[in-house]
Design a protein around this ligand. Structure first.
Ligand SMILES: [Zn+2]
Length: 247
């Protein structure tokens, strides 16, 4: 997994917006054609590549999960939003700024509804369960390590099993549970002292509330970012999570 270093997520996001602006040219007219899978798939592939770069995600992360992590609204929804705005602009009932704000909220609701039915990226959907709050947060950038935490794709044996590079997902540190993202950051006794440092700032770490805490408080975001990076760097360094066979 390369993705360390290079332009910041904010710069990558800016590049993505430029690409999206080109893709969305005339969307008011052709938005409906994106109901056909073959047209939508082409644009989604471009957008997915951008989302993976913004979030420094592994190429194995699904389109829906990478878009949530990167905060890039699916092109299909952006196109429909443009068409709705154009129609309401013609009606001229409300000022355009209000129309745009309302339609963006509608878009996020529709996107959130899509994710409820989506089978890919379930871990991401579990922890980032409020898209509006996630997208409108005032602080906090994702990075190579946080993206592993948000996607579950990274230095975890269960992930190696998922991509066919290991057969046994058991945690090589405690031998108690499967080494997946949830176990690593929330329960594995190996990382208890690092976890305690984060909990002194955030309170008890729980998958259902951690993102809300991180969004609510910048110091919580920073403490979690340090905890996640420390654990993953330690795992990377000792390589025990990658080893096969009995020890
Ligand atoms: Zn463990």
């Amino acid at each position: 997994m390369a993705n360390l270093g290079g332009p910041s997520p904010a710069k990558r996001r800016l590049l993505m917006r430029t690409t999206e602006a080109i893709m969305l040219y005339g969307a008011e007219v052709w938005a409906d054609s994106l109901r056909y899978h073959k047209y939508r798939a082409r644009m989604e592939a471009v957008q997915r590549r951008g989302a993976l770069r913004i979030s420094s995600a592994s190429r194995t992360v699904s389109g829906p999960a990478s878009q949530v992590i990167a905060g890039t609204i699916p092109i299909y929804h952006q196109a429909l939003e443009r068409r709705r705005i154009k129609m309401r602009k013609a009606e001229a009932i409300l000022p355009i700024t209000i129309v745009k704000r309302e339609e963006r909220e509608e878009t996020i609701c529709r996107w959130q509804a899509d994710l409820v039915c989506e089978t890919r990226g379930r871990w991401t959907a579990l922890i980032i369960d409020d898209l509006k709050a996630w997208l409108e947060r005032k602080h906090g950038e994702v990075n190579y390590y946080l993206t592993q935490f948000l996607s579950g794709h990274g230095y975890f044996r269960s992930f190696l099993v998922q991509i066919g590079k290991a057969t046994d997902p058991e945690c090589r540190y405690c031998g108690i549970e499967e080494d997946d993202v949830c176990h690593t950051f929330f329960t594995c006794p190996q990382w208890v002292s690092m976890r305690r440092s984060a909990e002194e700032v955030i309170g008890t770490l729980r998958p259902q509330t951690i993102i809300h805490e991180m969004i609510r408080n910048k110091s919580s975001w920073d403490a979690m970012a340090v905890f996640v990076a420390s654990v993953l760097k330690a795992k990377k360094l000792d390589g025990r999570w990658e080893e096969e066979g009995d020890e």
